[in-house]
Design a protein around this ligand. Sequence first.
Ligand SMILES: Nc1nc2c(ncn2[C@@H]2O[C@H](COP(=O)(O)OP(=O)(O)OP(=O)(O)O)[C@@H](O)[C@H]2O)c(=O)[nH]1
Length: 319
Amino acid sequence: MKLYQALRNVDKFRTVFDFGGRDVAHWFPGHMAKGLKQMKANLKKVDCIIEIHDARIPLSGRNPVFQDTLDVRPHLLILNKMDLADLSNKQRILKKLEKEGVRNVLFTDCLKQRDINIKKLVPMVMEIIQSKQRFNREENTNYCLMVIGVPNVGKSSLINSMRRTNLKKGRATPVGGEPGITKAVLTRIKVCERPIMYLLDTPGVLPPKIESVETGMKLALCGNILDHLVGEDIIADYLLYSLNRLEKFSYVDKYELEEPCDNIQHVLKRIAAKLGKTQRVKAFTGVGNVTITIPNYTAAAYDFIRAFRKGELGQVMLD
Ligand SMILES: Nc1nc2c(ncn2[C@@H]2O[C@H](COP(=O)(O)OP(=O)(O)OP(=O)(O)O)[C@@H](O)[C@H]2O)c(=O)[nH]1
């Protein structure tokens, strides 16, 4: 799709998204509060907190509890999944974060076999630790980090990636495609030999800060909330709205649409047809019941969201 063609459609696109009075209160399971207790209890052993968040939403959805209760420790913010993020305006993001008091930021791609930024992690952590007083751990020669973050941002992947990079070792912790995979209690995992560095894995338990339904929807789009709690249909619609707003029109070619379109029903119908996803349903007519074939909108919405999460619809910056 040529940009000049697409731009002709811009005034046809929605400028605001209608969330239909949705309530985000039920989007997070209760077990998450337990995680914070565990973290606080283990804080004494920790030299540096590694907070990990999704690089596509660097400004939304982090948990404010980090600042309030865990702030006593040195802190590094990792913005992971950088391979999926449009970082053309990285400076704007870094400036905004700095205003919020976040000075140590590292972008990573934990799926990459050799991510150069993961290599920088240990030296960066050492610098941060050495720039502050080490509380009651002065005499300790090994270091302990705590990795925290909202669900599904890549905490386990980061640990595995650090082990791969620093110890040439394989997986220590299971990775999942759905939020809430890491449920075990805190485990201490070695991630570096020189200096000896351990990492406490937390169960991905911190509920994000949802200051608005829009923040909730961004988190849902990035896979930080279980899809069915929000609804695949609305996530897909918010995805379409976002792609159009950001002028990321690669979905047009991928799904063989004629032009960018702001109507989710139309787009899903096209996706369903392309994937051959139809369903047969009974329809009641005046002359009796007939079975008709209609597009499977749910399957199409799922495919659309999945393609986005895999990066097939381009890199985005949702904040
Ligand atoms: N594209 C991309 N995907 C990633 C990256 N890091 C992790 N993922 C994927 O994100 C999903 C979640 O990763 P996990 O490491 O299980 O995340 P987690 O934070 O430990 O998840 P919870 O235990 O649910 O809190 C998996 O499908 C990973 O493959 C990355 O840098 N880029």
